[in-house]
Design a protein around this ligand. Structure first.
Ligand code: PHE
Ligand code: FE
Length: 285
């Protein structure tokens, strides 16, 4: 089975990252260096873009589709600065270029201040299906369109602040699961049926379809405490997806202080990725 893409939160400690970190500033950012992209890279971007565009109209949430349409990044790797200008007007966010995964605290600090770190390099052609580290296609195509949605944009900033707090409370392991099961692999229930809003789904050729349509995985209604206890696998499609009813619900359910929740679940056993719990509310396709 095709593996799922890795993400920033869980793997920043991974040794031997691909990017060039030598020129990075103390906040881990670099120049995008747009003019250095080759024609072959722009062409690979178009190929990846076209492939996803055949899927997303049917499988992605409408907030994503709406923005993607207006962004018009079909022609090649976008210039982050141009996108940042539009994004600042829409939700106060901007993009910063990074050489790849960065340390947790630096990542949270950017999010809390409405800066989204986007990897500046593109995968190689032989990695069209699967790339071990997130690249510019995953980071941009998967994450950036939803930052134009005001409610989602607020959620991401709240997540950043929540990350800094979880670090102080020694609860990053638990909070990272929230990023994984919402920002990367979240599903949303809409009048048209289940749709993907997680970036790991939106930028994947195989898992988007699998998450929405396959009879195999478990789909359970979003439940904060259940989710924070659920382990995940980074080397294959997910066994369990958490389904929200909308971004307003996501904001509301994650607004309360997590401190007592972290306290409580610290003493509880984790839930395995494929485990069913007695009170799961299963969502049907
Ligand atoms: N409410 C969380 C806390 O008190 C912060 C948070 C908000 C975390 C949204 C993630 C997403 O820690
Ligand atoms: Fe990601």
């Amino acid at each position: 089975m095709e593996r799922s893409i890795l993400t920033a939160v869980s793997n920043a400690r991974q040794p031997r990252l691909r990017g060039d970190y030598s020129g990075a500033r103390t906040d881990h950012t670099v120049e995008q260096n747009w003019s250095a992209y080759t024609a072959a890279e722009h062409s690979l971007w178009r190929k990846l873009y076209d492939r996803q565009m055949r899927l997303v109209p049917q499988y992605a949430c409408e907030e994503f589709l709406h923005t993607l349409d207006r962004l018009d990044v079909s022609g090649g790797i976008p210039r982050f600065e141009a996108i940042s200008r539009k994004l600042r007007r829409a939700t106060g966010w901007e993009l910063v270029a990074v050489p790849g995964l960065i340390p947790d605290l630096g990542f949270f600090e950017h999010l809390a201040n409405r800066r989204f770190p986007v990897t500046n390099w593109l995968r190689r052609p032989q990695e069209a299906e699967y790339v071990v580290e997130p690249d510019v296609f995953h980071d941009f195509f998967g994450h950036v369109p939803l930052l134009f949605d005001p409610v989602y944009a607020d959620y991401m900033a709240a997540y950043g602040a929540g990350g800094l707090k979880a670090a102080r409370l020694d609860s990053l392991k638990h909070l990272a699961r929230l990023y994984w099961y919402t920002v990367e692999f979240g599903l949303i229930r809409t009048p048209e049926g289940l749709r993907g809003y997680g970036a790991g789904l939106l930028s994947s050729s195989g898992e988007l379809l699998y998450a929405v349509d396959s009879a195999e995985p478990r789909r359970v209604k979003f439940d904060l405490e259940r989710l924070l206890r659920t382990e995940y696998r980074i080397d294959r499609f997910q066994d369990t997806y958490f389904v929200i009813d909308g971004f307003e619900q996501l904001i509301a359910d994650t607004a309360p202080d997590f401190t007592p929740v972290y306290e409580r679940i610290r003493r509880m056993p984790p839930i395995a990725p494929d485990e069913a719990t007695w009170d799961d509310v299963v969502v049907r396709r």
